[in-house]
Design a protein around this ligand. Sequence first.
Ligand code: ATP
Length: 885
Amino acid sequence: MSAEQALQRLQAGEQGLTPQQAADRLARVGPNTLPAGKSMPAWRRVLAQFNDPLILFLLCAAGVSLALGHATDGMIIIAVVVVNAVVGFVQEGRAEEALAALGQMIAPRAHALRGGERIELDVAELVPGDVILLEAGDRVPADARVLRARNLQVDESILTGESVPAHKGEAPVDPGAPLAEHASIVHSGTLLATGQASAVVVATGAHTQIGRIGKLLGAVGDLTTPLIRQMRTFGRRFTLCALLAALALFVFAIAVRDYGWLDALMVVVALAVGVVPESLPAVITITLAIGVRRMAARQAIVRRLPAVETLGATTVICSDKTGTLTRNEMTAHTVIAPDSRWTASGAGYAPEGELAVVEGLADGRDQALQILRVGLLCNDAQLRNRDAGWQVAGDPMEGALLALAAKAGLSEAEARARHPRLDEIPFDAAHRYMATLHADDDGTAWLCVKGAPEQVLALSRDVVAGGARWEAAIAEAGARGERVLGFAAKRLAHPPERLSMQDVEGLDFLGLVGFIDPPRDEAIEAVAQCRAAGISVKMITGDHAATALTIAWQLRLADRPEVMTGAQLQEVPDDRLVEVAQRVSVFARTNPEHKLRLVRALQAGGHTVAMTGDGVNDAPALKQADVGVAMGHKGTEAAKQASEMVLADDNFSSIAAAVHEGRAVYDNIRKVVAWTLPTNGGEALAVFAALALGTVLPMTPAQILWINMVLTVTLGLALAFEPPEPGIMQRPPRRRDAQLISPFMLWRILLVSALFTIAAFGIFWWAGSRGLDTATARTMVVNTFCVMEIFYLFSVRYMHGGSFTWQGLKGTPVVLGAIAAVVAAQLAFTYLPVMQQVFDTRALGWVEGVVVVLVGPALMLVLEVEKWVLRRLAWFEETRGVQPA
Ligand code: ATP
């Protein structure tokens, strides 16, 4: 069918449906959404929780216990494993849900015409008959018949598997043609690789091609991250070592200590159970998920979980200028015509104000008006007066041009009616201009061009003489921080059917318009924050060098920001590139290839790079960057897909906020690990020591498991919720390759393990010396462990802050709640008859109770002394409050 026939069949017009028609159709056909895909069934996800060597190891231990007739121990081990699996299952489900919900937050939007007005709407609201407007980088929101296409190429690999983009056009196609040859149809879910189009929607939701094959778009990413993998590897090694140690211990117990092999086996089981940090991976996932949530609250939407970790290690942020560092609320301020200079009053997009001459002759007004007329015609934006004031639909710079024309008394409707548009070459960052062709009364046509001034000058004739003057004017406006556009026009006696780039030559240069786009206040603050945090910020912009440099000064990007253009960058030899990329902080008039080259150079210099982008062509650089950051509003689908994170508000300060949260997440994971492992270490050492000394075990395997379980689901989880430490953005970034368990942490873990063991044995021995039975002594030991963990928690909470403070001691509600839970659990463990039966515990008297509680402060004291000594020795950097950079 031809485009006209298709429109007729759909009872639609080129101006789109009216809002009423659209609402009726929506009620009839339903929303343009795909039925949700099936996810892994719950039972399989539960089973997946057991697919972990640590857990399998515990299950073996349970089997051995049961086989040896230690039914209680065996059952408890199984119970703990099940509790662990349930916690893991629930939390992973939540993390997945959270990620899926974030997907909703960046739900794609579409541009459509409704009653002739260009609107942005939710993809779900599209109905058959809607006229949609597509641009390079957009994801096609529904199956649609092309009405007008310009250089349209669509990546249909998701449907056809074909990776080369397919050309699309307006010509009808043979009805029998296979899907891959449906050149007049764009299919839902495919991506526009190049060009622009308008198209009429023919099918939505499940009726689209993609709906028919039932493929799910934008499925939630993997939940594992490098850190989780690192932890798993660590866990596996840990388990292997524990197994070997257990084996050695087994032999030792039988050969040297004359244990019966059954008793020896039970000791080994106790050791194994104690040593395995079975819940650590789950707690780390939870910590990451909390980080994702906190980032979302600060407008940074993480698309891939590993980005949460990487953000915390970021050393360079490369950012766009317009809209990210600046407000992108343009006001056309200066008009420079050949013989005069004008300024416009008024702010925002309200078409209220005056155009007044400041330099030259007021009768240069005609020249100035000619510039404004071109700006009015070579324009796709619309201004609207809404409750919130005047707003622009489309490019803010074009909106500002409309307001400017109105201020000078030009009527938009009249100009557009007198000079209907015949064709256009849309703006593209690659050629940096936009051209439109308009009919005139006398049968000739008028070509209007606006774009980057040096580009437009290069396309104009007879500017050689005035060239230097224009250059000076551009530099001057740039120095004021204004964004400059050049304007030119040309009369064509014989208008071509289709405008091509060859037609855009030999133009008559008309003049310049300067726009004000001030830096965002929050961006200035965020840049300062980043610099204090040892992160350098680079501006990579398509704008003019002079403008970019002025804005860089206003943002205080560096003490003395240096600027380089894309062309200059191209000349830099590879061997100097790393140095240049690190030194220069503003890159102007760049194209996407320059971005890619810069990211690579910075990475070669050892940096962890976050890079923003919005266009289709930014995708390679976004992929290459350690954290690709796409713009939520301005960004294309292609850019979002290539990136790890999307900024809901397109605002630079959200990146800084995400880095802040990323650092906090990493800190919290380290705290969880630093806090959890000594429990395991202490328990294992205690068993080991008991055997070496030939005494009875200070705790039974069941009791060991009880400690692990009670503590990790309370205090361990509380650490995952820790707020960022003060001063977190005053430290240099951590090294990307830094081990999670640094030498300092390893020392800490060993020291605390040893202290735990000593305390456990001390208590055990003290109880024995007072004539208490083994069961009572063991009850005391278990309680001592919990008390020590509570106190150790306060030391871990402020890893970077040196000594603990009153502030730290007060704790957060989460921490206090967790402590209350542990205390309640321990009281039950000690005094509840059922628990006494299961765990073979005894009620403790008040003297015993007080002694147990006093061990906590004693431990704290020792750790404070240790910190003091280490700080004195300046041995580990962390104790001085800084991490090795
Ligand atoms: P950033 O990369 O920081 O967002 P930018 O918006 O200036 O900066 P581009 O969108 O690549 O980057 O624009 C490059 C240049 O092209 C602009 O500086 C301007 O001179 C010109 N330009 C931008 N938009 C238009 C447009 N709609 N019509 C004509 N020229 C334009």
